[in-house]
Design a protein around this ligand. Structure first.
Ligand SMILES: Cc1ncc(COP(=O)(O)O)c(C=O)c1O
Length: 368
């Protein structure tokens, strides 16, 4: 077996742009990484020091109050019903789960070495497949950025351990048809893992989860990072098919994947509160509109996404050229679309995770 060739971490490739912005402007307005900017709810921050769970090892599957809060949130917000004991497990944020599950599923069936994922998507889908010494096979997208499942080579379907779907999608904001995707997975014997970490920021139509269409052969995966601005707390969960959940729970127990006890307690508090999410939704909706207006001033046309807090804008002058122009002229840092797949190379992604004041500063810099 060949040694693994570790690629550079995508966002480290923006250091030159950050240096340009720093040299010319009072401060860079970094909208490259989707790290939350707004504060988490104070009640959740207080709950972090009130759990009494510091001493013992935390439950790898998640403590009952956390799993029950996750169950109740899915039922009340999305009318989706899962059992809190056999159909839910905790994650240490979502990224470790995304990067880890291809490995665990390959151990479950060593003949299945292929991960199918949207051709333009969160980079960890492909990375997880590679870390499992497996094949990362991108699924082509249509003009609405949705996967064309019929275009997958049957030989790849036969070797697939799983299919990723991400709705609302990062970076394109596309909303997928989760009922059809679940059906495709069941009829082809391919588990569908549905990354729904932007579900609360669905702008087009009602928010949707794959488990609403039955749990067999599917997992929905969720994160508190975006919903509640808790990326530092590392809290998420997976929910769905009993057998897939059991396998993940057991694998994760063996490898010590445990969300910290205080995080579990605080995450349960966060999941039982919708008010802060409603406030955050309005903040993002307004900020997306504000940023679309600013981008038009610099000749960039960005449509309102179907969901999420990213703008996905064409870059006719070339993505790196446009990213360099924005860093130079106004100190704005954005991500070239190639970070999310070769098919995205003529686009840039802008995460609206800076304050409205910073966006106003971009306009002032342009005017001066
Ligand atoms: C599509 C998608 N999935 C998963 C994650 C991971 O989120 P976290 O590890 O903070 O839960 C991100 C983070 O940006 C994401 O964009």
């Amino acid at each position: 077996m060949k040694p693994f060739e570790l690629p550079p971490y995508p966002y480290d490739r923006l250091n030159d742009l950050r240096a340009i912005a720093n040299e010319r402007h009072a401060y860079p307005v970094d909208m490259s990484i989707g790290a939350p900017f707004d504060p988490p709810p104070p009640s959740v921050v207080e709950a972090l020091s009130a759990s009494g769970l510091e001493r013992g090892y935390p439950a790898s599957n998640g403590i009952a109050p956390f799993r029950e809060a996750a169950r109740d949130w899915m039922a009340s917000q999305f009318d989706a019903h899962v059992d809190a004991t056999t159909q839910i497990g905790a994650t240490v944020g979502l990224k470790e789960f995304v990067a880890g599950i291809p490995h665990w599923l390959r151990l479950r069936d060593p003949d299945k070495d292929t991960v199918l994922y949207p051709a333009i998507s969160y980079p960890s889908y492909a990375m997880g497949a590679e870390l499992a010494h497996g094949r990362a096979v991108p699924v082509p997208l249509d003009e609405n950025w949705n996967m064309v499942l019929d275009a997958i080579d049957p030989a790849d379907v036969a070797r697939a351990s799983m299919l990723w779907v991400n709705s609302p999608g990062n970076p394109t904001g596309a909303i997928s048809n989760l009922a059809d995707t679940a059906e495709w997975g069941r009829s082809h014997g391919v588990p569908v893992i549905s990354d729904e970490c932007y579900i609360e920021f669905t702008w087009d139509g009602p928010a949707d989860t794959i488990v609403k269409y039955g749990t067999e052969g599917v997992l929905a995966v969720h994160s508190l990072s975006k919903r509640s601005n808790l990326a530092g707390v590392r809290a998420g969960f997976y929910a769905g098919d009993d057998e897939l959940v059991r396998w993940c729970q057991e694998m994760r127990k063996h490898t010590g994947m445990m969300m910290a006890g205080p995080s579990q307690h605080a995450a349960a508090v966060a999941l039982r509160d919708q008010h802060h999410v409603e406030v955050q939704r309005e903040i993002y909706r307004d900020r997306l509109a504000l940023m679309i207006t600013f981008l038009a001033e610099v000749g960039v046309t960005a449509p309102m996404p179907g969901g999420g807090f990213y703008l996905w804008a064409p870059a006719p002058e070339g993505a790196w050229n446009l990213a360099t122009r924005l860093a130079t002229d106004v100190g704005l840092i954005v991500s070239p679309g190639e970070f999310y797949g070769a098919d995205g190379s003529e686009y840039i992604r802008i995460a609206v995770v800076q304050s409205n004041e910073a966006i106003a500063d971009l306009s002032n810099r342009l005017a001066s």
